[in-house]
Design a binder for this molecule. Sequence first.
Ligand code: NCD
Length: 317
Amino acid sequence: MSALSSFPAFAQRHLLGIAHLQPHEIEQLIDLAEAEVAVSRRRDKKKSTLKGRTQINLFFEASTRTQSSFELAGKRLGADVMNMSVANSSVKKGETLIDTAMTLNAMRPDILVVRHHSAGAVALLAQKVACSVVNAGDGAHEHPTQALLDALTVRRRKGRIAGLIVAICGDVLHSRVARSNILLLNALGAQVRVVAPSTLLPRGIEQMGVEVHRRMADGLKNADVVMMLRLQRERMAGSFVPSVREYFRYFGLDSDKLKIAKPDALVMHPGPMNRGVEIASEIADGPQSVIEEQVEMGVAVRMAVMQALIGGSEVTA
Ligand code: NCD
């Protein structure tokens, strides 16, 4: 059997958001990722499914973990990976998003991994280029690979997603991680709650099919998974919380609040964490935390996604 035949046709050209995926496509990506976990645990971590392919990471927003995760994923698949961050680009000289994309497109990459501070910018760019595009986070809109890696982490630990109670807590308003996770978890049959002060809840969030709680004591009750979100102070114009100390007291995950959830509840955080703001250090490093596992699963998920999009045996001119 050839290596490529292990990648059944994936019906999509781009991964722009969880909203565009059918439940079976989400499961297909998680299954593919599950198989990639072992690759990164081997001594020789190199595959050749993307050998000869060019991957460009185009990041208009600072990122350490997501960019390095996509870079390692591409390298482990044998692709040639180029990182372009906005600090070195002509965007600083006034070139538009589309001009930058068209310039890169002319170099004939096979896949562009794009992060941008505006919701919708990555989808716009995908319409203009000839290659596959992966959304690595667009404004407060979507961050699909984060939701997929979170689902893989949960499924490996709990054996399933359907029927689990997942509490997503904190700065839901500014969070693309929350949006993508809500879409994915609902698609796979989990029961999703959001827990936050009113100032950090987007208007109409109930319409996404979540239970809304404004107190941790209610929102964490019987939860199987507690997903904490970073307080995104860089996106806040004005004051959304009275003070960091008060925020921690009411919404920070400490051992007292964690006791409200199920005794074997998983603690998750997409990173980067503000220790002592949304999560106590002893919880982040404690026995229920799977935060490092999320990082490991991130590489596997990105390997799976990129192979699903461009790893097949397509014929191109
Ligand atoms: C998240 C992001 O950028 O949306 N982080 C990440 O992808 N590692 C969450 C966050 O910044 O808080």
